[in-house]
Design a binder for this molecule. Structure first.
Ligand SMILES: [Zn+2]
Length: 286
C-alpha cells in the first residue's frame, strides 16, 4: 500500500520536495539535520549544494538524490510503525492475547491428587469402569457444575449405588453412562464417588475440566431441602477454596449444555443468583 501510493504520486512528490529543498539554504539545512537526532537526515549536507543552483527548476535532482528523497517518507513512517507494533505486542501480552492466538494456557498449579477431603465428606468411591469411573486424569478444574438428581426423594446413598452399578453393564453391548464427583443427600449428607484428580461423566462436553455435584431433592420442583442447600453451599465453597476458583466459576448443568438442570435453579434465576452469593459469603468466612 505504502509503496503503491508512493509511486503513484511520485511526480507530485518530487515537485514538492524540490521546492521544499530549494527554499532551504545550506545553513538552515544544517541546523535542521542536526536537530534530527533519530538519524533521519533527509537532506544530506553533501548533496545540498548540488540542488542549490537549480532554484526554480523542477528537473534538477540527480538519480541518487531522488532515490534518497523517495525513501524519506518510509524512513519517517518506519520508526512510528515499529513503535506501534511494539506497543501492540506489549498490550497484547498484557491482556493475554497469546491465549487466543497460540492457545497458550497458564500452568494450573493446583495439585488435584494432593487435595484431602474433610471428614464431613463420606468417601464411597465407585469401582473403576468405563460407564461411571473411567479412570481418566483431570489436569485442571475450571468450573464446578451443580446438578439435581432428577429422581425425587432418592437418597445420596441410593444414587451412589446406582452410579456404581453401572460398572456391571457389559462394555461389549454398551449402556448407560453417568456419574458425579459428589452427591448431596436430603439430610445434608455428602458422598464422594470419584477423586478430584479423575473426571466424572455428567457435564459433556466439559467432563475434562469440571467437578460435578449432584443434589437430591424431595419432589418434582427440584427445590433442595434446607439441609441439602446448606451442605451444597459448604461443599461448593470448600471446593472453590481448594481449586483456586470463586463463586463465578460455579455454574449449572444448564450453563454447560442447556439442559433444564438443576431444575429449581433454572426455573428460578433469582434463587441461583442467591446461591452464588451464599457461596461467596461462605468463601469469605473461610
Ligand atoms: Zn444435570
Amino acid at each position: 500500500m505504502l509503496y503503491l501510493s508512493q509511486s503513484k504520486g511520485d511526480a507530485d512528490m518530487q515537485d514538492e520536495y524540490s521546492n521544499d529543498i530549494n527554499r532551504i539554504s545550506p545553513d538552515e539545512g544544517a541546523a535542521n539535520s542536526s536537530k534530527n537526532t533519530a538519524g533521519n537526515t533527509f537532506r544530506p549536507q553533501a548533496e545540498r549544494p548540488r540542488f542549490k543552483p537549480e532554484t526554480g527548476a523542477v528537473s534538477g535532482p540527480s538519480r541518487t538524490g531522488s532515490r534518497s528523497r523517495r525513501r524519506t517518507p518510509i524512513e519517517k513512517i518506519l520508526p512510528v510503525l515499529c513503535l506501534a507494533l511494539l506497543f501492540l505486542a506489549g498490550m497484547g501480552a498484557g491482556v493475554g492475547i497469546g491465549y487466543r492466538i497460540w492457545g497458550y494456557e497458564a500452568p494450573y498449579t493446583v495439585d488435584l491428587k494432593a487435595i484431602k477431603s474433610p471428614d464431613w465428606i463420606e468417601q464411597k468411591l465407585l469401582r473403576k469402569n468405563i460407564f461411571s469411573r473411567p479412570d481418566v486424569s483431570m489436569r485442571s478444574v475450571k468450573n464446578i457444575v451443580v446438578h439435581y438428581v432428577g429422581n425425587p426423594n432418592t437418597s445420596a446413598d441410593s444414587n451412589q449405588r446406582y452410579f456404581d452399578s453401572l460398572a456391571d453393564q457389559d462394555p461389549e453391548k454398551g449402556g448407560a453412562s453417568s456419574s458425579s464427583h459428589f452427591i448431596v443427600g436430603l439430610e445434608g449428607e455428602i458422598i464422594q464417588c470419584i477423586p478430584l484428580s479423575e473426571i466424572s461423566y455428567a457435564n459433556a462436553p466439559r467432563n475434562f475440566d469440571t467437578v460435578t455435584i449432584e443434589v437430591c431433592h424431595p419432589d418434582e420442583t427440584g427445590k433442595f431441602t434446607d439441609a441439602s442447600y446448606e451442605s451444597l453451599v459448604k461443599l461448593t465453597a470448600w471446593l472453590c477454596e481448594e481449586l483456586d476458583l470463586d463463586e463465578k466459576d460455579v455454574i449449572r448443568h444448564y450453563d454447560v449444555n442447556g439442559k433444564g438442570c438443576p431444575k429449581y435453579f433454572v426455573d428460578n434465576e433469582d434463587a441461583w443468583k442467591q446461591f452464588r452469593k451464599d457461596v461467596k459469603a461462605a468463601l469469605k468466612e473461610q
